[in-house]
Design a protein around this ligand. Structure first.
Ligand code: OXD
Ligand code: MN
Length: 598
């Protein structure tokens, strides 16, 4: 859709369909955010936290059934099923729109319809894209106000004639005359739909109020729809953090990193180096949009304006910058609080305050073994408040990328770090990355690797084979020497006792240092069948108390393990069908050949 009249027509069409009591255009002003928040506190939907400890912060408890993204209910409804590919759910768009139109009919009855114009990316960036979310959730409005540039400035660009992605959302809980509302309205699981229509560049989300299902600028737009736009326009929309690294000599490098959920992306983006004189600053923690500059280099912008992070496990030790960021003006969801307005979650690194009420709203007994916060409890916090935010994090043209990291959680096989031979080999690395399934997920697959190409498995808006082709095509749009180097990292190797070998967190700066030395051509590396690997002596381990044998071990390539890995990769590739690029099979063949050589 494009321009003012189309926007007005669309809003009117949706108003007529969903029959809200009122229509409210969100301006983005602080007064408006405050008055929406006050309204929710008054209604008992939200609670204010202690004003001295957490100024301007609120806490929400969701319905117990509405706590995470719902991949089973997420659809890529392209005209042809083959265009959505083997990694997405598909329904015929005509049928799905019919179903959804039925569900949206009257769905906002008794509620207010909010119109949120927003920009993904800095408002003055030529790489930004506009959207308008229609929602009946005031919680969504105040979250979008943090996560995107929402309000009048975005509206002005649309009124000036620019294109926007229509993002329609309803919690799917109309109120009958006189019916009392609940704190977190939503629809049952089988009525939830997170639907994407690639050809229309449109998103229709029904039935969930939660995060990635409801804040449509994030996963739905900035990854699924944007990945389609990126394919068509020749750029990359990726599930990646962006960090800026400065050496003791003042040399600056920018690094992006693709890691599946629960691999510490936010922690890495805000890392505090343990080696003298190095500095990490944050540009983004979840999404990178990367374009080819005129000089052939890849430039990344962070399309988001906030961090929607997992709270449990975040502490002064794991991420002091995140802890400082969330001290004010932050929305918390599904954590534990008490009557004093204190806040707590598991792994906060401090003792639990007394008389906590858990995420379900029940008094919490620390002896019960129940979690006080939901494991996917969140904070929504402005990126601008982060003490490590890079001064140029909103640079309209983005920052030039020197290295791309890919990786997952692997207890065995994958070394601490290895560098690709070239771009195509690097894309191969991205295509095979993944994590071992842990007990928390699917019990009959524990220990098996769930491969997650570039951490985009749930977020590619089209066929995964075509997605990987778009990555391979970088060498046509630029050249090998201008493109970032690609490195595969694994912080999660375990020893025989099941303990992590690499200390991780701030010590990951030691690996980043080696990476910068590879970029500068100053660090040696051993050529192995899987790529370039540092020797023990090549890593700066000054002041680190580690077992030398164990570190040597995680820098060693075990041929048998890798031959098994190659077999599993072939199975994974075959599962993606005929569109899997030939070049990636070539890489696999070459890997097997190198592994079989003496
Ligand atoms: C995710 C997230 O699920 O960022 O990846 O919330
Ligand atoms: Mn994410």
């Amino acid at each position: 859709m494009k321009g003012k009249q189309m926007l007005l027509d669309w809003v009117e069409e949706i108003r007529a369909l969903t029959t809200p009591d009122e229509v409210h255009w969100f301006s983005g002003s602080q007064e408006e955010i405050k008055s929406l928040t006050d309204m929710m506190v008054e209604k008992g939907i939200a609670e204010r936290l202690n004003e001295e400890l957490y100024p301007g912060c609120t806490h929400f408890r969701s319905d117990a059934s509405d706590v995470a993204r719902v991949e089973d209910r997420t659809f890529i409804s392209s005209k042809l099923e083959e265009d959505s590919g083997p990694t997405n759910n598909w329904e015929d768009p005509v049928e799905l729109k019919k179903t959804l139109t039925g569900l949206f009919t009257g769905s906002m009855k008794g509620r207010t319809l909010y119109v949120i114009p927003f920009s993904m990316g800095p408002i003055d960036s030529p790489y930004s894209k506009l959207g308008v979310e229609i929602t009946d959730s005031p919680y969504v409005v105040i979250n979008m106000a943090i996560m995107t540039r929402a309000g009048d400035a975005a509206l002005a660009r649309i009124e000036a004639g620019e294109e926007f992605v229509p993002c329609l959302h309803s919690v799917g809980a109309p109120l009958e005359e006189g019916q009392e509302d609940v704190a977190w309205p939503c629809a049952p699981m089988d009525k939830k739909y997170i639907a994407h229509f690639p050809e229309d560049r449109a998103i229709w989300s029904f039935g969930s109020g939660y995060g990635g299902n409801a804040l449509l600028g994030k996963k739905c737009f900035a990854l699924r729809i944007a990945s389609i736009q990126a394919r068509d326009e020749g750029w990359l929309a990726e599930h990646m953090l962006i960090l800026k690294l400065t050496s003791p000599e003042g040399k600056v490098y920018h690094v992006t990193g693709a890691f599946p959920s629960a691999c510490g992306k936010t922690n890495l983006a805000m890392l505090v180096p343990t080696i003298e004189g190095w500095k990490v600053e944050t540009v983004g923690d979840d999404i990178a949009w990367m374009h080819y500059g005129e000089d052939g280099r890849l430039y990344a912008i962070n399309p988001e304006a906030g961090f929607f992070g997992v709270a449990p496990g975040t502490s002064e030790k794991s991420n002091p910058s995140a802890m400082a960021t969330i001290q004010k003006n932050t929305i918390f969801t599904n954590n534990a609080t008490n009557a004093k307005g204190e806040l707590w979650w598991e792994g906060m690194g401090v003792e639990a305050p007394e008389n906590l009420v858990d995420w379900k709203g029940q008094p919490w007994d620390p002896e019960s073994g129940e979690k006080a916060a939901h494991p996917n409890a969140r904070f929504t916090t402005p990126a601008s408040q982060c003490p490590t935010i890079a001064p140029d994090w909103e640079a309209p043209m983005g920052v030039p990328i020197d290295a791309i990291l890919v990786g997952g959680r692997r207890a065995t096989t994958i070394p601490l770090v290895h560098e690709s031979f070239n771009w195509q080999h690097g894309v191969f690395m991205g295509s095979i990355m993944g994590s071992e399934v842990t007990a928390a997920v699917i019990s009959d697959k524990i220990g098996q690797v769930r491969r997650d190409p570039f951490a985009m498995l749930p977020f590619i808006g089209y066929h995964v084979g075509d997605y990987l082709k778009n990555w391979l095509s970088a060498t046509e749009k630029s050249s090998e020497d201008k493109l970032p180097r690609i490195f595969y990292v694994n912080w999660f190797r375990k020893n025989d006792e099941g303990k992590f070998i690499w200390p991780g967190f701030g010590d990951n700066s030691r690996v980043l240092k080696w990476i910068t030395e590879r970029i500068d051509g100053t660090a040696p590396a051993r050529k192995t069948p899987i790529g370039y690997v540092p020797a023990f002596e090549d890593l700066d381990l000054t002041g680190l108390d580690v077992d030398e044998e164990e570190i040597r071990d995680i820098l060693t390539i075990d041929r048998d393990e890798w031959l098994e890995e190659a077999r599993s990769i072939r199975e994974h590739f075959d599962g993606y069908g005929e569109k899997m690029p030939r070049e990636l099979y070539d890489e696999l063949d070459a890997l097997e050949e190198r592994l079989s050589e003496d």
